[in-house]
Design a protein around this ligand. Sequence first.
Ligand code: BG6
Length: 485
Amino acid sequence: MDQHFPEHFLWGGATAANQCEGAWNEDGKGVSTADLMTAGTRTKPRAFTPEAQDGAYYPSHEAIDHYHRYEEDIALFAEMGFKVYRMSIAWTRIFPNGDDLIPNRAGVEHYKNVFECCKKYGVEPLVTLSHYEMPFHLVKAYNGWASRKTIDCFVKYCETVFSEYRGLVKYYLTFNEINVLSTPFGGIMAGGIMPKPEMLELNLHGAGSLPDDANVRFNALHHQFLASAKAVQIAHAVDPSIKIGCMIAGMALYPYSPDPKDVLAAQQNTQAGNYLCGDVMVRGEYPTFARRLFEKQGVTIEWEKGDAETLKNGKVDFYSFSYYASGCVSTDPETIRTSGNFLFGVKNPHLRESDWGWTIDADGLRYYLNELYGRYGVPLMVVENGLGAADTVEADGSIHDPYRIAYLKAHIEAMREAIADGVDLMGYTPWGCIDLISASTGEMKKRYGFVYVDKNNDGSGTLSRSRKDSFYWYQKCIESNGSDI
Ligand code: BG6
């Protein structure tokens, strides 16, 4: 092991407001899109209900109550040695409706307290401005990101956040997994676009075949690109030392076979699913392949004067991404029939899967890091990674999770190799450092944490926190800067 992590490598963990905070209607918070999503399971999709329904269970409403327990949680993160805590701000706490004239002071103060708490423990916050939620009022009034009006609302929100938290927050990300909006699944979750009745169920596995309006969706994505570019410029104007990144759902896609048709298809899927967003946000312009991609889907981006300059002047400082699994691309109908219809493409016969069907592929992370750094040459950060698994609490209260440790260890080794390959990697914030609500299924049972939270799928539980074996393992990892794993 001769390669080391850089001296100031940002070790930490990641969460998102709607998956951990709870307190969904406290202290003036408005209703967000995430507050209207019911719980599901691996096989039963979550549903989006345009109104909160009596008797339905909405996991975001209480989540793990991080809103009231952030101090205890941040203390636990600090005990593990976190240098950085990736979290998101709920837009609806700052502007409950999204288009309010003045910010909600209680919301502003809440995050100020959270950041002060991070400071007290020597943990740097890394703040996602929009993580799979937006004020529901903006959806009703303007159809979310389908409207340019939402850009102005977001800009105002960003101005407020950057100036209120000046000196407290150095690192920001604009839109979580922005490229999810290039798929039909992203419509409501990532774009706040009111779903058609047939799309109210967030069926990950069938997303590709669901009806939606690609033209509306890609124009909404264009609006997010503009909003992100504006946010970058505002952040730099407020405080030139702020570093602000994009956040992409990392997709390492392999051709299923050496058939050149599979190779081409994998390349095209990578371009469409991955590079489209990265190119716009890092390079400041749409890639040349976008023209044909849009033509094929009947998409016409409605450009307005000044858009191209906005994108050019709002390039991000670094590229961050989530990485959980890799996938394969096949053009053979028989392969698609037998191992297709999978979130990340066709199943790879060489890889094992998690209990939720996600392939486990640490080499894919090294491959992906090299691909990205070769393409963009900007610092990279892995801001989500991890294994969603059910845990067992032993009679003495201990939680043994060697499967999680093995997963993380392999991925940390892959990052170390990528650094040895020459990749500039800033940091690593594994997902759900404390157990929280799963985004795809709405479950508690799908746990990622180093910290266990006593809460069940049906909402029962004491919400008490306890340390898993992985907690002590990660503590050692950070202490040794990644050499003792
Ligand atoms: C990412 C999201 O897609 O994956 C997170 O940014 C999410 O919000 C994470 O929780 C893990 O996915 P899941 O469905 O297992 O929670």
